[in-house]
Design a protein around this ligand. Structure first.
Ligand SMILES: NC(=O)c1ccc[n+]([C@@H]2O[C@H](COP(=O)([O-])OP(=O)(O)OC[C@H]3O[C@@H](n4cnc5c(N)ncnc54)[C@H](OP(=O)(O)O)[C@@H]3O)[C@@H](O)[C@H]2O)c1
Length: 358
């Protein structure tokens, strides 16, 4: 049967690791998207905070952009050869007036600015556009509001990349496990902490393990989000509020303990025992009494979260139908998180395969 091909114009907010990973996947998978999913994609706009914005309603030449950008990664997009004629000023103006079907949002949330990206998402949904995002902040803090806005305007919002990058957490837990109740979850959701803890158990002190993680590009220059447990807490909040929509929780409801102030006793215990020290996010998903916590725990040998090398993430779901279901996979990366956006984009193009919203 011939697949009917539909156009899908993308407005990309953020052209960092994830934005570039997504663009290179769009280019690589272009013919597959057409042949299998009937989606003919083009990127009509790309915005950044400090490197300018470009817009061409007939479609930006992504291959040329990636090539020129790789040659000169610090330069404004507008100054790259071939792109000065399509330079525009304001990202928000593009959200409000630009031509697109899907807003792909991959800007950054920090502890200081918890709502970056939120205005872009609100602006797109208010216009009846669909949104795909990897940005935890807007989903962790405003999930219900954004879902209502999407429903009211016949748009959709998908956010696979907000937890465990491209590892399909929501495709699995919301679609693949439909008909099941998920009673609880337990996860290693921050690869940076996993990496640092492994080094500490090998004998390094906290500062040098953190320094090594920063050198390898795992940890942010300001690593507080990771090591103080906030990154895991936001992900746990998203899981809890998406998997069971009743009694939504806020960040204040999460008990958070990071790995930055581990007691010597806990470390000693981890070193001498057979277990492995992990930063664990836990959620109890009882309809009337949900709770979430984040903190270091020793995971015994044989447990599904015991063997997670380096920056790998893992999630254990307790269900009423299958018992324990485990997912392990990448928790970060340009291509891996770009794939989360690709997965969301394909999901949008398959009516009837839309993710069930609980
Ligand atoms: N990297 C990963 O492995 C990973 C995994 C899962 C989820 N995520 C999430 O995905 C998002 C993107 O991550 P990333 O690694 O690509 O970050 P990044 O490399 O720092 O890139 C962020 C991009 O967003 C732009 N930006 C930031 N704030 C903005 C604003 N207020 N308005 C417009 N543009 C803005 C930046 O502009 P400039 O270029 O001017 O700085 C940059 O182009 C983050 O929310 C992150 O938490 C990342």
């Amino acid at each position: 049967m011939e697949v009917q091909v539909m156009g899908s114009r993308i407005m990309l907010m953020g052209f960092g690791n994830v934005g570039k990973g997504f663009c290179s996947l769009l280019s690589e998978k272009n013919s597959m998207l057409k042949e299998y999913y009937g989606t003919d994609t083009k990127v009509t706009g790309i915005t950044t905070r400090t490197r300018g914005c470009i817009y061409d309603p007939s479609g930006i030449d992504i291959d040329l952009l990636l090539e020129e950008e790789a040659n000169d990664p610090q330069r404004s997009l507008c100054e790259l050869p071939g792109f000065s004629a399509i330079c525009v000023n304001s990202p928000y103006e593009l959200v409000q007036k630009g031509k697109y079907d899907v807003l792909a949002e991959c800007t950054v949330t920090s502890l200081q600015d918890k709502s970056a990206g939120l205005d872009y998402i609100r602006g797109a949904l208010s216009r009846g556009k669909s949104v795909i995002t990897t940005n935890k902040g807007p989903i962790a803090f405003h999930y219900e509001e954004l879902l209502d806005l999407a429903n009211k305007n016949n748009g959709k919002i998908l956010f696979e990349g907000t937890v465990m990058s491209g590892t399909p957490v929501f495709s699995t837990s919301v679609n693949g496990l439909c008909g099941s109740s998920i009673r609880s979850f337990m996860g290693v959701l921050n690869g940076t902490c996993n990496y640092i803890l492994e080094r500490m158990i090998e004998g390094q002190d906290y500062s040098s393990a953190l320094g090594e993680a920063q050198k390898k590009g795992y940890a942010e220059a300001d690593p507080a989000m990771d090591v103080e447990g906030y990154d895991s807490a936001l992900k746990a909040l998203i899981l809890a509020n998406v998997l069971i929509k009743t009694s939504p929780l806020n960040l204040e409801d999460v008990q958070i303990k990071g790995i930055n102030s581990l007691s010597p006793e806990v470390l000693k215990e981890a070193i001498k025992g057979k277990g492995r020290l992990r930063l664990i996010a836990r959620g109890q998903l009882d309809k009337n009494k949900k709770s979430i916590s984040v903190g270091p725990e020793i995971v015994p040998e044989g447990h599904p979260l015991y063997s997670l090398p380096g920056a790998t993430n893992g999630l254990v779901l307790e269900t009423d139908t299958l018992g324990t279901v485990c997912l392990t996979g990448a928790g970060a990366g340009s291509r891996e998180t770009g794939f989360a956006l690709l997965n969301d984009l394909v999901t949008l193009s398959r009516p009837g395969y839309e993710r069930r919203v609980i």
